[in-house]
Ligand binder design. Structure first.
Ligand code: NAD
Length: 287
């Protein structure tokens, strides 16, 4: 890979939720200065507090030392508004999965960030080409789709938009490798590779629950033990966030124009109730 990673010194992360905090943690761990932004300084600080908790766990398990934890946290700076990301050479956006929001955020990032900065999105399903078109630098916009939990999962799905240039792609690949990740390259189609296949399976598991085919425990145990998955699909949905699962199904449904991607009414109802999964304390299971 010929990309010169030396040009990347500061990484900006927009969105300090479960994914953004994880991305910030991994970037700081491999030595980058990281600016972590969210809607308020308080939320960004909450993101950093989550990282601190994870790192403390790693110290207890003797995977890192207390000194390393302090160093990593020292490289991670929570900031209030996204204006502060103007100092970043590479930004990964990991805000809520909502197209209107992401288009707005990318137009603003384009305005605030230096002309050389690459703007990557961690979107699970929104077309990169559409997000890129909200900026004046579509050649520097790319999909960099991490998996949850970011510090643990090895994969990053890289998605080129129609206008993404080779340099942007190579730098993104090189950055992912530096972060200890393995990449796959996906075409810019709804759901890319992983969610195109995973989400319809999760949606089908919700439909099985909706139709009373099995209890939540039996649906999960059936898939876990019967197909050798590390966790059942309903447990996984709770882990991902039911709002995120619904948003992805809606993108697949609309983007493919095929009724086979119709989100299950029960999934919609859970999201309406505020049952978002682990992050809200209740989803298909209680936490
Ligand atoms: P989350 O709900 O945990 O975090 C989203 C964060 O975005 C919140 O902290 C929220 O305050 C912030 N946000 C909302 N509006 C904002 C704004 N205007 N400016 C700045 N920040 C704003 O969600 P998440 O699970 O971390 O998902 C984030 C992104 O990552 C989504 O695009 C999602 O599709 C993608 N993703 C999620 C998973 C997963 O398993 N959860 C996996 C891969 C990719």
């Amino acid at each position: 890979m010929s990309a010169d990673l030396e040009q990347i010194k500061v990484i900006g992360v927009l969105g300090a939720g479960q994914m953004g905090a994880g991305i910030a943690q991994v970037a700081a761990t491999v030595g980058y200065q990281v600016l972590l932004a969210d809607i308020s300084l308080e939320r960004s600080e909450q993101g950093k507090a989550g990282v601190e908790k994870q790192l403390t766990r790693s110290v207890v398990k003797e995977r890192i030392t207390e000194a390393q934890k302090t160093e990593i946290l020292g490289r991670l700076t929570p900031v209030g508004g996204m204006e502060a990301l103007s100092g970043a050479d590479f930004v990964v956006e990991a805000a809520t999965e909502n197209e209107e929001l992401k288009l707005k955020l990318f137009a603003q990032l384009d305005e605030y960030c230096a002309p050389h900065a690459i703007l990557a999105t961690n979107t699970s399903s929104i077309p990169i080409t559409r997000i890129a078109a909200a900026t004046t630098r579509p050649h520097k916009v790319i999909g960099m789709h991490f998996m949850n939990p970011v510090p643990v999962m090895k994969l990053v799905e890289v998605i080129k938009g129609l206008a993404t240039d080779e340099e942007t792609y190579e730098l993104t690949e090189a950055l992912a490798a530096k972060m200890g990740k393995t990449t796959v390259l996906a075409r810019d189609m709804p759901g890319f590779i992983v969610n195109r296949i995973l989400m319809p399976m999760i949606n089908e598991a919700v439909t099985a629950l909706y139709e009373g085919i099995g209890s939540r425990e039996d649906i999960d145990a059936g898939m876990k033990l019967g197909t050798n998955q590390p966790m059942g699909p309903l447990t996984l949905a709770d882990f991902i966030g039911l709002d995120t699962c619904l948003a992805i199904m809606e993108v697949l449904h609309e983007g493919m124009g095929d009724s086979k991607y119709r989100p299950c009414p029960l999934l919609k109802q859970y999201v309406d109730a505020g049952w978002m999964g682990r992050k809200s304390g209740r989803g298909f299971y209680e936490y």
